[in-house]
Design a protein around this ligand. Structure first.
Ligand code: GLC
Length: 799
C-alpha cells in the first residue's frame, strides 16, 4: 500500500514513446511502445477526459459520479502533428501530447501554460490486489494556488497540503484530520488569473499532494482503478465549477421549508419532549421549520421501526407537528440489526441483499443496534428495495425528510472504523471489493433514500441529508460536516468547510451549529448561529450527553441575538431561494469564497474568513471570544455596511465593529435584495407585500429574484417567476427596470421599495415613463420607501 511519496517508490513504471494515434469523432487514442494507451475524449470546448490503460485495454467504462444526462459536445476540434507533439486544439484551449513519453500539457489559446505534466502518468503494479496504483504528477507554477476537495478540515487554500480521500467516521475530528466523511476528488488550480479544474473520478482511496512533497509539483494518485481524470479549463473559476457540476450533476430545488431553521439533538424523546421543544419555539417566537428524530425514535435502533413506548402514534404526532408548522425529519442508518424476528432483516437475508466477506460470510459489524449486517447499496436491486422501505415512514406517517448517517460506512470497535477491504460489492454489475466501493457506499445509500422519499412524498419535493458522499452525490442529497466540537476552532473550520463544499459542487451543506460534541458557551453559540444562518443548510445539532443546545438555554441575551439572526435568515429566504435556483440551474455555488468572487485580486487567494452569500451579500463571521469587532477584507467595489448603511470602498482590509449582537455583513452597491416579512416557518402567512432593498450605485448592477410555489414540481412546467432588476444610478437619478419570465403569480401585488445610499433627495418619480405624484406611491421620506405594483417595468427617480 503506498501512502508515502508517489515518486520515490522503486517500482514506478512509465509510458514510453508514442508509436501511433487514432482519431475517431470526439476521441483520440494514443498507444506507446510499451503498450500504454491514452484515450483523450473531447467532451466540451473547455473539458477533456483523459484515461490511461497500462495494458492497452480499458475496463468497462462506468461512473457513479457522472450524470448520465450531462451536456457534452464541442464547437471546434483540430488535430495537428509537429515533430515533437500531437496538438489538439478546441475552441477554448490547446492540449499537446509529447511523442517521446506521452506527457500532456494544456495551454491557453495564446500558448500560455495552464497545466503541464511533470512526470505525468506513471504506475506501480500491485501484486497483492492486481491492477496498479495509478499516479499523476503535474508541475505547479509560481504563485499557483489550490482549492476544493469537499469537506477537508484544513486551510481553505490547499497549497502545501497532502490529503487523502477515504470516507471515515471521525467523531470530534480536528483541524487537519486527514480523512473525513466525504470523498470529492475535485480541485481547482489558479495562477496568472487562469483557473482550471481536475476531477479524478476514481473511487478507490485517492491522494492529493499540493506542493507538499516538492515545492513546484502537485500530484494525485489512487490505490487502484484507472487513471481517469477530467481537465476543465476556466479561465474563470466560475466556468470551471459550472462545467464540473454539469458533468457530475445538479440537484433538484429543495422545498423552501428545508431552507428554514432546523432544530436537532441526539435525541429528543419521548413525544412529550419533542412537543415541549417545538412549543417553546412558538412560544418564544423563534422561527423554526423542522424538528429531527435521532436514533432513539426507533425500536432498539432498528431502521424503519418506532419505539412505541416513546412514540405511541407517530402518524398523529407528525401531523400535529405539521399543523404547528414543523416538518419532521427522521434518521436512518445503514446497519440492519441481526434479528430474525425483524422483518427487514429477514427479508434482506432471504433476498441476499447484505454485503459479504470475500469467502462468503456476511459482513458483520457493530453499530448503534449492536451486531448488524449491511445492505449492499451498490446493487441496483438493493437500492430499489431500500427505496420501497420508505413507504410507511414517508407515505403513511408523513415524515418529510430523511437523515442518512453512519454511511461511510462506520463500524464500531474495529481497526479502520469501517468494513475490511475484502468485503464484496456489486458495484452495479462490476463486482469489486470494498477498496473500490468504500467511497461510494454512502452516496449510493443516499441515492436509494432519495428515490424512496421522492416516490412517497410526491408531488412534494424530497429532502435528504447524508453524512458520507462522493462527487455527484449532490444530485440526491444535502449534507453536513459531521461530529464537530463546540470550540472556536471548529467555528473557524465550519466556515471553511462549508465554503469548500460549495466550490466542490455540494452547496447544500451546513455544520452542526453550536458544535456536536461538548458544549458551547453562550457567546460561541451566538457567534455560530450568526454564521450558520448564512449557510445553505442551517441546523442546530448536538450530542445528548453534553447538555442542552436549544436557543433559550443560554439566557435571554443569547436568545435575542440568535432570534435576530434567524429572523434575518427568514427575511432573506427569497434571496437565498434565488441563490438555490442559480445553484440547481447552473451549478453556481451558494456561497462564494472571495477567491471565487474575484480571482483577479490576488489579495483574495489566501482569504477564507469572508465569503459572499448568494451574489451580493458579504459576510464575515466573528471567530474569537471577547471581541468588539474585527479586521476583515472587503473585496473590490463599493459595499454598504448592513447595520449602519454606510458605504465603504473595498480592495482593502479594515476594522469593522462587531459587538456580540452584530456580525459584519455588507451589501454590494447596486443590489436589489428581496425580503419577506419575518415568519415563524415557511408559508406561515400569505405574503401581502414583498420588500425590495435597493442600494444605490453610480453605474449598473443586475439582481435576480426567483419564486415558485415553494414546493412541488410545477416550477418545471414554467410555473415559476424569475425577475431581473436592472439598477442604473446616475449623479441625481436612479432607474430601476424589471424583466420577468415564467408564469407563476405570487400572492402579493405590490413591492415596497426601500432605498439606501441615495446621494440626492427624491423630487420626482416617473412610473412607466409618466410622472406620478410622490404621495400616490405612498412615498415615505424618512424611510426612503415607496410602494409600487409588482409588475412595473420601469421606475425612474429624479433628485
Ligand atoms: C453520529 C452522527 C450524529 C448523530 C449520532 C447518533 O455521531 O454524526 O449526528 O446524532 O450519530 O445518531
Amino acid at each position: 500500500m503506498i501512502t508515502n511519496t508517489e515518486l520515490e517508490h522503486k517500482g514506478n513504471l512509465f509510458p514510453t514513446s508514442l508509436i501511433s494515434y487514432e482519431h475517431d469523432q470526439d476521441s483520440i487514442s494514443f498507444i506507446t511502445k510499451n503498450g500504454v494507451r491514452l484515450l483523450i475524449q473531447v467532451l466540451r470546448d473547455n473539458m477533456l477526459r483523459l484515461r490511461y490503460a497500462t495494458t492497452g485495454i480499458f475496463a468497462h467504462d462506468f461512473s457513479y459520479a457522472v450524470d448520465e444526462n450531462h451536456p457534452h459536445g464541442f464547437n471546434q476540434l483540430k488535430i495537428e502533428e509537429t515533430d515533437t507533439h500531437i496538438v489538439i486544439t478546441t475552441e477554448k484551449f490547446i492540449c499537446k501530447v509529447a511523442r517521446d513519453d506521452i506527457r500532456v500539457g494544456m495551454y491557453n489559446l495564446d500558448g500560455k501554460p495552464i497545466l503541464e505534466d511533470e512526470l505525468g502518468f506513471h504506475w506501480e503494479e500491485s501484486f497483492e490486489f492486481g491492477g496498479s496504483f495509478v499516479k499523476m504528477s503535474k508541475t505547479s507554477r509560481d504563485q499557483e494556488n489550490y482549492f476544493g476537495l469537499g469537506d477537508k478540515p484544513t486551510n481553505f487554500n490547499l497549497k502545501g497540503k497532502r490529503l487523502s480521500l477515504w470516507n471515515t467516521d471521525q467523531y470530534a475530528y480536528g483541524k487537519d484530520t486527514a480523512e473525513l466523511y466525504k470523498a470529492v476528488p475535485f480541485y481547482m488550480g489558479l495562477h496568472n488569473n487562469m483557473s482550471y479544474g481536475i476531477f479524478f473520478d476514481n473511487t478507490f482511496k485517492t491522494h492529493f499532494d499540493f506542493c507538499a512533497e516538492r515545492r513546484n509539483v502537485t500530484s494525485f494518485w489512487a490505490d487502484g482503478g484507472e487513471m481517469n481524470y477530467y481537465f476543465i479549463f476556466g479561465p474563470q473559476m466560475d466556468d470551471v465549477l459550472t462545467t464540473y457540476t454539469d458533468l457530475t450533476g445538479k440537484p433538484e430545488l429543495p422545498p423552501m421549508w428545508a431552507l428554514g431553521f432546523h432544530q436537532c439533538k441526539w435525541s429528543y424523546y419521548p413525544e412529550s419532549k419533542v412537543k415541549e421543544i417545538t412549543s417553546k419555539f412558538r412560544e418564544l417566537n423563534f422561527p423554526c421549520d423542522a424538528i429531527y428524530l435521532d436514533i432513539d425514535y426507533m425500536d432498539g435502533f432498528r431502521c424503519f421501526t418506532w419505539n412505541k413506548e416513546y412514540f405511541p402514534d407517530p402518524k398523529r404526532m407528525v401531523s400535529e407537528l405539521e399543523e404547528d408548522g414543523f416538518k419532521t425529519v427522521a434518521i436512518i442508518d445503514p446497519g440492519i440489526k441481526i434479528d430474525l424476528s425483524y422483518d427487514i432483516f429477514k427479508e434482506a437475508l432471504e433476498k441476499d441483499y447484505f454485503c459479504r466477506r470475500a469467502d462468503g460470510p456476511y459482513m458483520r459489524g457493530k453499530v448503534w443496534p449492536g451486531e448488524c449486517y449491511f445492505p449492499d447499496f451498490t446493487n441496483p436491486e438493493v437500492r430499489e428495495w431500500w427505496s420501497g422501505l420508505y413507504r410507511e415512514l414517508i407515505g403513511d406517517i408523513g415524515v418529510k425528510g430523511v437523515w442518512n448517517d453512519m454511511n461511510e460506512p462506520a463500524v464500531m470497535e474495529v481497526p479502520g472504523k469501517t468494513f475490511p477491504l475484502d468485503v464484496r460489492h456489486d458495484y452495479d454489475g462490476h463486482r469489486c471489493s470494498h477498496r473500490k466501493a468504500h467511497n461510494i457506499y454512502g452516496m449510493q445509500m443516499a441515492r436509494a433514500t432519495y428515490e424512496g422519499v421522492k416516490r412517497y412524498n410526491f408531488p412534494k419535493r424530497p429532502f435528504i441529508i447524508t453524512r458520507a458522499n462522493y462527487s455527484g452525490g449532490q444530485r440526491y442529497t444535502s449534507t453536513w460536516t459531521g461530529d464537530n466540537v463546540a470550540t472556536w476552532e471548529h467555528l473557524w473550520l465550519a466556515n471553511i468547510q462549508i465554503q469548500r463544499l460549495c466550490i466542490s459542487g455540494m452547496s447544500f451543506s451546513g455544520s452542526d451549529i453550536g458544535g456536536f460534541a461538548e458544549q458551547p458557551s453562550g457567546e460561541l453559540y451566538a457567534r455560530w448561529v450568526q454564521l450558520g444562518v448564512f449557510h445553505p443548510f442551517c441546523r442546530v445539532h448536538s450530542s445528548g450527553d453534553h447538555g442542552e443546545q436549544e436557543p433559550w438555554f443560554f439566557g435571554d441575551e443569547i436568545l435575542d441575538i440568535s432570534r435576530k439572526f434567524v429572523e434575518l435568515r427568514y427575511q432573506l429566504l427569497p434571496y437565498l431561494y434565488t441563490a438555490f435556483y442559480n445553484y440547481v440551474q447552473e451549478g453556481i455555488p451558494i456561497l462564494k469564497p472571495l477567491v471565487y468572487f474575484d480571482q483577479q485580486d490576488v489579495q483574495t487567494h489566501y482569504r477564507a474568513d469572508e465569503f459572499i452569500f448568494g451574489n451580493q451579500i458579504l459576510v464575515c463571521p466573528v471567530q474569537e471570544p471577547n471581541v468588539q469587532g474585527r479586521r476583515m477584507y472587503i473585496p473590490r467595489g463599493k459595499w454598504y455596511n448592513f447595520w449602519t448603511d454606510k458605504a465603504v470602498a473595498g480592495g482593502k482590509e479594515m476594522w469593522v465593529d462587531a459587538p456580540l449582537d452584530i456580525m459584519p455583513i455588507f451589501i454590494k452597491e447596486g443590489a436589489v435584495i428581496p425580503k419577506y416579512p419575518v415568519q415563524q416557518y415557511v408559508d406561515e402567512v400569505k405574503i401581502e407585500q414583498m420588500t425590495l432593498d435597493l442600494y444605490y450605485k453610480l453605474g449598473k448592477e443586475n439582481s435576480e429574484f426567483y419564486e415558485d410555489a415553494h414546493d412541488g414540481y410545477e416550477y418545471r412546467q414554467n410555473i415559476y417567476s424569475l425577475r431581473t432588476f436592472k439598477l442604473t444610478g446616475k449623479e441625481d437619478e436612479i432607474i430601476l427596470q424589471q424583466h420577468k419570465s415564467g408564469k407563476y403569480s405570487s400572492s402579493y401585488s405590490t413591492f415596497k421599495l426601500k432605498f439606501y445610499g441615495l446621494p440626492f433627495k427624491i423630487r420626482k418619480v416617473f412610473y412607466e415613463n409618466e410622472e406620478v405624484p410622490l404621495e400616490k406611491l405612498q412615498f415615505n421620506a424618512e424611510e426612503q420607501s415607496m410602494i409600487i405594483d409588482k409588475e412595473f417595468s420601469e421606475l425612474h427617480l429624479v433628485g
